[in-house]
Design a binder for this molecule. Structure first.
Ligand code: TXA
Ligand code: MG
Length: 314
């Protein structure tokens, strides 16, 4: 059910869970200091309790409520990439709920770049713990409709339109002047290196990234990646011969005969923005298999390749 900003604020303050827009994907949000509300997030997602949540804040000065250290390197990265699709994993204060941290000694923090959610964070004064608003291992939602289809109409959703970035934030752990990339995203490794300068890309105690399962971000329909367009087209033809329709996604233009197919403009930002929406659409066609053209194995495409590889696993 769609709700307005003030209603979202009231519900969150009352300890309810509300789906909120961000520029990356929609989040399933609750007051980060309310443990009953936090438990509901895990229950709704059917997510294991050792998989920690990102805390969304409005201002840089809230970091020290959660983190026991905000080193010059972490601060420089935050100043460069916030608000934006970038999450910092920092040593946690022991006052941060273990439910947020999934029992880790660290906490993940992000200032998202979505006007409605920034307004929500500021006006409520809350910090909001929020994982992506989808069932565990399924496709992430990039619209209010995706959230309602995936989690049910009874869930209150603040509709902020289609997400502009479209894939989940880049996650970086920082300890002092050392850092480690935990999840690829649209803030690229090269742009982090440019800010981090000579800081070491290695933590003295490497961090486990509990949520990085190989099987993740998956449509219900089996999905296969192709590095060659010819092989994809041949597979689509084979499907027709066996009387089981496939659906295809190509990057750039070009028809896939005998198949419902989707074309995405071959530009990294456009593909990221439309990827999950296209996969949601393809998943609803009742196809036997989704045939996906892989992007080139080049640095700017790595985050998208990462999501597609996980989605296709198995
Ligand atoms: O773009 C995003 O990051 C979206 C929006 C809603 O902000 N959120 C998101 O949350 O993708 P989620 O829970 O689906 O993915 C967050 C990932 C998980 O793999 C989780 O294990 C990891 O971040 N994570 C969270 N806190 C962590 C911590 N303290 N240490 C290591 N990994 C952590
Ligand atoms: Mg997720």
């Amino acid at each position: 059910m769609r709700i307005q900003l003030q209603e979202a604020i009231n519900k969150l303050k009352d300890g309810e869970v509300v789906a909120i827009p961000t520029e990356t994907v929609y989040g399933l949000a609750a007051d980060a200091s309310n443990e009953d509300a936090l438990r509901q997030i895990y229950a709704i997602k059917a997510r294991p309790s050792d998989n920690p949540l990102i805390v969304h804040i409005a201002e840089m000065n809230q970091v020290e409520q959660f983190a026991s250290g905000f080193s010059p390197l972490a601060k420089k990265l935050a100043q460069t990439f916030w608000p934006g699709p970038f999450t910092l994993v920092l040593p946690a204060k022991n006052t941060v709920s273990n439910i947020v941290r999934g029992n880790q000694p660290t906490v993940a923090l992000r200032i998202p770049n979505h006007p409605l959610t920034l307004q929500l964070l500021k006006e409520s004064g809350l910090a909001l713990a929020a994982p992506s608003a989808n069932k565990y291992t399924q496709l992430s939602p990039t619209s209010a409709d995706h959230v309602l289809t995936g989690l049910g109409d009874a869930l209150p959703v603040l509709d902020g339109g289609a997400c502009e970035v479209g894939i989940e934030s880049t996650i970086v752990a920082v300890q002092g002047e050392n850092w480690q990339l935990l999840r690829l995203g649209m803030v690229t490794e090269a742009s982090i290196e440019a800010v981090a300068g000579s800081a070491a890309k290695k933590l003295s105690q490497p961090i486990k990234a509990p949520g990085q399962h190989v099987l993740h971000y998956s449509p219900r329909t089996p999905m296969r990646l192709f590095t060659s367009r010819e092989a994809l087209i041949a597979c689509a033809n084979a499907h027709i011969k066996s009387n089981a329709p496939a659906a295809a996604l190509v990057l750039g233009s070009g028809a896939v005969p005998n198949c419902s197919y989707f074309e995405l403009n071959k530009n990294v930002a456009d593909v990221a923005q439309q990827l999950y929406d296209t996969l949601h659409k393809m998943d609803s066609l009742g196809a036997k298999e989704l045939l996906i053209e892989a992007p080139p194995n080049e640095s700017e495409w790595l985050a998208i390749l990462d999501r597609l590889t996980r989605a296709a696993h198995g």
